[in-house]
Design a protein around this ligand. Structure first.
Ligand code: G16
Length: 543
């Protein structure tokens, strides 16, 4: 393969965050910026002979340009083949599946996930390893180290490839195969869930509304819900993908998925509602006038997995990120299976799944998944819920209420303060770090502080240690407050406050989480001095 070697200079800011490198599109458009990062990835890997790379993204602005550049750099760095989703499209879970199914030498996924897209918004890139999961920290650190010393990158002398026509093209011995982005993924879903039962549920007049938020899951949702499950066309909305997600913020939560929330809390609400994010790995689950927190959703899925075809043999174990509520821990205990608590970031689940220690994983940040792929999977979660509903024939609210009756309710909420100047956010964290040792044993209202710490994790499989993963104030009754800075934003800092209180009294289960957590919210503000240090009166997003 003939290629050019192009001289370049390092950029100082190519440190991957919670989930890859995310920056404004304008940053990625700086000459050599994308090229430097892709070359740094390839310099970190030992690319074997005849290697294939999976490549695709969520279709946001700059996706198509980046795909052409990456194909050329891959060809110049010794890849024999690139498998690219048609139009440059692959949802994150679909990309993970393609890597695993075709055993490619990992993949590059282009997405800034739930961050807005368009020329003035965000773009992102990450490398997933051969197991289909996000590269672990030791690889992302090595990529970052390379990016700081890079002096040149290689670009193959080949023309732009046709990424819109299915099939194989060859140029100078290098192959580009354009694949259907949906088919393999839809087949996988059909193998895990009882599509007959779900079809039968729709025939009873059961109504759902899935909101693709103008993002990547549009074509996947149409294929799965409409074509394969026979749902009525009105069951899906915002399924036309656009480069700027229709000008919206493709984050499936109560604030940003407001179109769907209005419908689900309206007079003629369907029985079931769900939304997914920019790249299709997150999910939000709603019933008629009812919101299921991601933490409860994980617990419910774990408790009911056995009734679902793909999990009828039982689950090996579960894992949740530290800020996710302990609802799933109670289920694990009752099933007598292990429950792991990891730092935030899906990459921490990969080792546990590869070792067969866990089947289901989840995070409070609207991510749920299983070992069918190595990413969280939005549509998978929606289908799992549909499968449970198809078998139980109860409403979403009934299922959740009965679960709480059995296990108690881990009342939960997350308050986000977005776009705080970084120094102010750091001042809040520093203040907490300094004051935490003095909090132990103190009582705030009905809560007495048992311990405080900065969460650290030792991976049980490879022994790697991750420190400073979130500040925890743990109360004697098992309630807790967690403070953490987001690792996925691109402007300023986002401070997240996670609030959790255990409520065994079923008479209170029907009450709103914000009401039940009122005292805890005040304590969280008092301990952090957030208002004093940032001037913020209220959170940007409450979920
Ligand atoms: C990414 C990771 C998730 C993680 C989330 C946390 O999500 O893949 O595993 O929970 O970030 O975000 P933050 O650091 O902002 O709290 P995604 O969907 O952005 O890839």
């Amino acid at each position: 393969m003939k290629f050019q070697t192009i001289s370049t200079q390092p950029f100082s800011d190519q440190k991957p965050g919670t989930s890859g490198l995310r920056k404004r599109v304008k940053v990625f458009q700086h000459p050599h910026y994308l090229e430097n990062f892709v070359q740094s990835i390839f310099d970190t890997l030992e690319i074997p002979a005849n290697a294939t790379l999976t490549l695709g993204g969520d279709g946001r602005y700059y996706n198509r340009v980046a795909i052409q550049t990456i194909i050329k750099i891959a060809a110049a760095n010794g890849f024999a083949k690139v498998m690219v989703g048609q139009g440059g499209i692959l949802s994150t879970p679909a990309a993970s599946h393609v890597i695993r199914k075709y055993q490619t030498f990992g993949g590059i996924i282009l997405s800034a996930s739930h961050n807005p897209g368009g020329p003035d918004n965000d773009f992102g890139i990450k490398y997933n390893t051969t197991n289909g999961g996000p590269a672990p920290e030791k690889i992302t650190e090595a990529i970052f180290a390379k990016s700081k010393t890079i002096a040149q990158y290689r670009l193959a002398d080949i023309p732009d490839m046709d990424i819109d026509t299915l099939g194989t093209q060859k140029v100078n011995g290098f192959t580009v195969e354009v694949i259907d982005p949906v088919a393999d993924y839809a087949d996988l879903m059909e193998s895990l869930f009882d599509f007959d039962a779900i079809r039968a549920l729709f025939k009873t007049g059961f109504r759902m509304k899935f909101d693709a938020m103008h993002a990547v899951t549009g074509p996947y949702a149409k294929e799965v819900f409409l074509n394969r499950l026979g749902a009525d066309a009105s069951s899906v909305m915002n399924c036309e993908a656009s480069e700027d997600f229709g000008g919206g913020h493709p984050d499936p939560n109560l604030t940003y998925a407001h179109d769907l929330v209005e419908i689900m809390y309206g007079d003629d609400a369907p029985d079931f509602g769900a939304a997914s994010d920019g790249d299709g790995d997150r999910n939000m689950i709603l019933g008629k006038h009812f919101f299921v927190t991601p933490s409860d959703s994980l617990a419910l899925i774990a408790a009911n997995a056995r009734i679902v075809k793909g999990y009828s043999g039982g689950i090996a174990g579960v894992a949740r990120s530290m800020p996710t509520s302990a609802a799933v821990d109670k289920v694990a205990q009752s099933l007598d299976i292990p429950c792991y608590e990891t730092p935030t970031g899906w990459k921490f689940f990969g080792n546990l799944m590869d070792a067969g220690k866990v089947t289901l994983c989840g995070e409070e940040s609207f991510g749920t998944g299983s070992s069918h792929v190595r990413e969280k999977d939005g549509l998978w979660a929606v289908l799992l819920w549909l499968n449970i509903l198809a078998i139980k024939r109860q409403s979403v609210e009934q299922i959740v209420m009965r679960h709480w009756l059995q296990f108690g309710r881990n009342v939960y909420s997350r308050h986000d303060y977005e776009d705080i100047p970084t120094d102010e956010a750091n001042a809040v964290i520093q203040h907490l770090r300094d004051s935490m040792p003095g909090l132990v044993g103190k009582t705030f209202g009905q809560y007495k502080v048992a311990t405080c710490d900065d969460f650290s994790y030792t991976d049980p499989i490879d022994g790697s240690v991750s420190t400073k993963q979130g500040l925890r104030v743990l109360f004697e009754d098992g309630s807790r407050i967690v403070y953490r800075l987001s690792g996925t934003g691109t402007e300023g800092a986002t401070l997240r406050i996670y609030l959790e209180a255990f409520e065994p009294d079923s008479a209170k289960h029907g009450l709103d989480a914000q009401v039940l957590l009122q005292e805890m919210i005040q304590i969280a503000l008092q301990l952090s001095q957030l208002k004093e240090k940032t001037g913020r009166e209220k959170p940007t997003v409450i979920t």
